[in-house]
Design a protein around this ligand. Structure first.
Ligand SMILES: [Zn+2]
Length: 351
């Protein structure tokens, strides 16, 4: 079967790949495509990708895949990098926003930024690609929130308070297997303020990477539904990055949303970052649907930020996931919901 379903994605790191690519002209590279990014324009056109959360993640050094190889072992606990400095974080963040803005500017209005509810209501997924600007770790937000307002003006609409390392707002989970997500203390006072300020500005809060105490803090303080853009099920894969059934219950009670992560270490029962078949993705989806119903589950691939199953490989492999879902008796209607309709409907309500 060769007809792709439209696909809206809860998380990707293509801006990070472009930032560190050898090619100077990032816009040209994105539109021409290449063989090492999971997402680029030719792949978008081929696979009917309709948009998603584009993450800004600030690394402490030039990223490599050493974390993936450490996570390929049977049990592991990866030491988190030390906290980032604000100056480095804001500078890198601005560079990555610049890459995205140039891509948008050169897209002939085909690629747009979602900045308010109407952008989503009026979105034409057959002819447009809609992007939500997301930061993964709030290190670029200054303590007095000055830069928050500026980033908001530039289009920021989604914040992960922490990536897995700690910052002045809270603590993320280390990459640990086997492990509960209950590691470390909850949000700091500043972190709690940032949640309220994000609520005021209508910026989404993403719970993926946050430790469990931080999760419960957000659940208590935030006045918007709980979202984990790229997290899987702890009951199936006992990884610190995955959500327990209690967390799923809280997300469901809040009317929240979860996106399935393709990183193999968060999928496989043995937690190893090695290749995996696609049936395990269906088990996670079944579990999510059991807890959240059919309307509040989507995909947050982690494309360009993780090792994904070779049968998916990149955007152009989304059809193989679709075929796997058909094999497991997912209806065409449910596939469309999980691929794009649920995310877009949820965002229409909560943006
Ligand atoms: Zn992530």
């Amino acid at each position: 079967m060769n007809n792709y379903s439209p696909y809206f994605d809860g998380h990707n790191d293509v801006l990070l790949k472009l930032l560190f690519s050898k090619e100077k002209n990032k816009t040209k590279e994105f539109f021409n495509g290449n063989d090492y990014c999971h997402i680029d324009f030719p792949k978008i056109k081929k696979s009917k990708f309709v948009g998603g959360f584009f993450a800004i993640f600030v690394p402490e050094k030039v990223p490599d895949e050493s974390l993936f190889s450490k996570m390929a072992s049977k049990s592991y606990s990866y030491d988190l990098p030390s906290p980032l400095k604000y100056d480095h974080s804001i500078a890198t963040t601005i560079s990555m926003i610049d890459i995205l803005k140039n891509i948008i500017k050169n897209s002939n209005n085909e690629i747009i930024l979602f900045t308010n509810k109407n952008d989503i209501i009026n979105f034409d997924h057959e002819n447009q690609i809609g992007i939500i600007l997301h930061i993964e770790g709030a290190e670029a937000i200054s303590e007095n929130f000055d830069s928050l307002e500026i980033l908001y003006e530039l289009g920021l609409r989604s914040i992960g308070l922490v990536w897995s390392r700690s910052n002045i707002y809270g603590n993320g989970v280390p990459f640990k297997f086997p492990s509960s997500p209950d590691i470390g203390s909850g949000l700091t006072l500043k972190g709690k303020e940032l949640v309220k300020e994000s609520n005021n500005l209508k910026i989404l809060i993403d719970l993926s990477h946050l430790n469990e105490k931080g999760f419960w803090d957000v659940a208590k303080i935030s006045n918007s539904p709980l979202i984990a853009t790229h997290s899987n099920c702890h009951e199936i894969c006992n990884h610190s990055r995955n959500l327990t059934n209690d967390q799923f219950k809280a997300i469901n009670d809040s009317g929240g949303f979860v996106g399935l992560n393709f990183a193999t270490a968060f999928l496989r029962e043995d937690g190893q970052m090695i290749d995996t078949d696609l049936d395990i993705l269906i088990r996670h989806l079944d579990h999510m649907i059991k807890h959240l119903g059919e309307n509040n589950v989507g995909i947050g691939s982690d494309f360009d930020g993780a090792k994904v199953p070779s049968k998916i490989k990149d955007l152009t492999g989304m059809n193989n996931l679709k075929n796997e879902m058909i094999k497991f008796n997912y209806s065409e209607e449910l596939i469309d919901k999980i691929f794009y309709k649920n995310w877009l409907n949820f965002l229409k309500e909560n943006f």
